[in-house]
Design a protein around this ligand. Structure first.
Ligand code: XMP
Length: 514
């Protein structure tokens, strides 16, 4: 087993970032929900525990409470923001609610001399850190001392040196905290004595051995989408069990220009065993006349399961279903409902399939972040075109073809989208953009072409930068490049007479339009 640091998630929007920072230090971490029992935490033999921040206050009637027995495990504990306030409350101190709130980057001053903390040993006497709290520690519990304060006089960090329990009111995991990674490094390496043994190459060998052991000589079925996650997981499992992996690629008629052919060719080159199913008529038939985004998503999700199930049933002796679930999916689905997360969109996945088909689930990537999946793809020798592919939503162009979905409108969208991406590539911009695509609007406007009046639909150019798709910034593309794209689309795509640029970030918009 790798060395683990357990992160107990109390609902902070930054929890994943804590895990990221640790991974960057080659330390494996596991995020558990706040209600995880001490026994569950102990089963990972943690080198240390981090309690995250959270949206609630410790004095709220419905405050989140963790299993206090974790403090008896004997490993160091670090509480961040809500985590520090929780430690204060559990050990008999007091927390003020709603006074001396601090939001934003704040100056922190370390306590002098021997009162200074091991955590901040390597950073200057004063530093800037992100504070984001409504409550703060008012009275220290016994055995704890203050190790730094903010410019506004708020207790910024505390610790109980004898018991190795630490608290930070600020967030070391975010980029705007100066040397925040040094603080986490001190916790992980010096206080928890981690050695940094997390390594992708070892991971690949272990994972292949584990898959072999788990699957034995049984068969595995897998739905391929052309996306990075499903392709990498299939290639990894193929390395472990070879021909006993049978993949199914469902063409729902909502792919981009030439995409089904290109993707199938790439899979063939890798050596995957893939059944190609053209279900586009079925999908487009059931989507006819539907304009509501959620209804579109639900129809596509249901049909995908139906088509996939029918194909998979033909595969004799299949016992496992392979899914390309990655770490953020695991966390997101674990959190749903528990912390009142709102449903923004029904994401397309094949949840429900394993139970329905009586298959065991195989999810070899469920520990990895997206960029780690890409590194893994490289290690196992996958082509660059697949590894660096931009994310493409499961429901495909359906969520980019606003209003009614028809073959004719999809073809218009496909052509415009192809030109947009082609021009970004030839300007050398595509690689550095996280996602770039066109959206077709069901809005007609008047134009003039040659000497004639036109009355056609409009296309939107959407390009964004992101790290994890949770937030996104619209990409500033050079005006000359935009001009060329606009001219080409209006000249070459019949049915479009207006091109507009989406200059909205996420939030308030989402990346896709539906
Ligand atoms: P939104 O539009 O929610 O998209 O900001 C965030 C990221 O997720 C992709 N996306 C999906 N991916 N199934 C997927 O596998 C889906 O149903 C789906 N909907 C959106 C989107 O392209 C972006 O990268």
């Amino acid at each position: 087993m790798n060395e683990n640091i357990i992160i107990i998630n109390c609902g902070s929007q930054f929890t994943q970032l804590i895990a990221r920072r640790l991974r960057e230090m080659k330390i494996h971490s596991v995020i558990l929900n706040w209600d995880a029992s001490c026994e569950t935490v102990a089963s990972y033999a943690p080198k240390g525990i981090i309690i995250s921040g959270g949206p609630k206050g410790v004095n709220d009637p419905d405050a989140i409470m963790i299993d206090k027995k974790i403090f008896e495990l004997g490993c160091p504990v670090l509480g961040i923001c809500y985590g520090m306030q929780l430690i204060t409350k559990i050990f008999g101190g007091a927390v003020n609610s709603g006074t001396d709130s601090e939001y934003g980057v704040t100056l922190i001053k370390k306590s002098p001399g021997k009162n200074s903390s091991l955590l901040t040993k390597k950073i200057p006497e004063q530093f800037h850190a992100l504070m984001s709290h409504g409550d703060n520690v008012q009275k220290l519990p016994e055995g704890f001392e203050i190790t730094s304060t903010s410019d506004g006089g708020v207790i910024a960090s505390i610790e109980n040196r004898a018991r190795k329990i630490f608290g930070l009111q600020f967030h070391p995991e975010v980029a705007n905290t100066e040397k925040g990674d040094e603080i986490l490094k001190s916790f992980a390496f010096e206080i928890c004595s981690c050695s940094g043994d997390w390594d992708m190459t070892n991971w690949v060998e272990n994972s292949i051995a584990e898959i072999k052991k788990q699957v034995g000589d049984k068969k595995v079925v897998c739905g391929l989408s052309g996306g990075v996650d499903s392709s990498v997981s299939a290639t990894l499992v193929h390395k472990a069990i070879g021909e006993n992996l049978q993949c199914v690629f469902v063409n729902h008629g909502l792919m981009r220009l030439n995409e089904p052919e290109e993707v199938m060719k790439q899979y063939k080159e890798i050596g995957l065993n893939v059944i190609y199913v053209d279900a586009s008529e079925k999908f487009l038939g059931e989507l006819a006349g539907v304009t509501d985004p959620e209804q579109k998503r639900k129809i596509i999700g249901r049909l995908f399961i139906e088509v996939f199930e029918a194909e998979a049933k033909k595969i004799q002796g299949a016992e496992f279903l392979l899914q390309g679930t990655i770490y953020p999916d695991v966390i997101e689905s674990g959190m749903k409902g528990k912390n009142g997360a709102a449903l923004i969109k029904s994401h397309h996945n094949v949840g429900g399939l394993p139970e329905k088909m009586n298959l065991k689930l195989l999810e070899p990537l469920r520990d990895l972040f997206k960029d780690e999946v890409r590194v893994l793809g490289k290690i196992i020798g996958m082509p660059e075109e697949i590894i660096s592919r931009q994310p493409f939503p499961g429901p495909g162009l359906a969520v980019r073809c606003l209003g009614e979905i028809t073959k004719q409108r999809l073809d218009v969208l496909r052509e415009a989208d192809f030109i947009f991406r082609e021009e970004l590539k030839s300007a050398g911009l595509y690689k550095n953009i996280w996602q770039a695509f066109c959206v077709l609007l069901p809005v007609k406007s008047v134009g003039v072409m040659g000497d004639s009046r036109t009355y056609n639909e409009a296309v939107v150019l959407r390009a964004i930068h992101s790290q994890d798709a949770m937030t996104a910034e619209w990409s500033r593309i050079d005006f000359d490049v935009l001009d060329k794209i606009s001219k080409r689309i209006c000249n070459e795509v019949k049915g479009i007479n207006r091109v507009v640029l989406d200059v909205t970030s996420k939030p308030p918009a989402t990346i896709e339009w539906e």
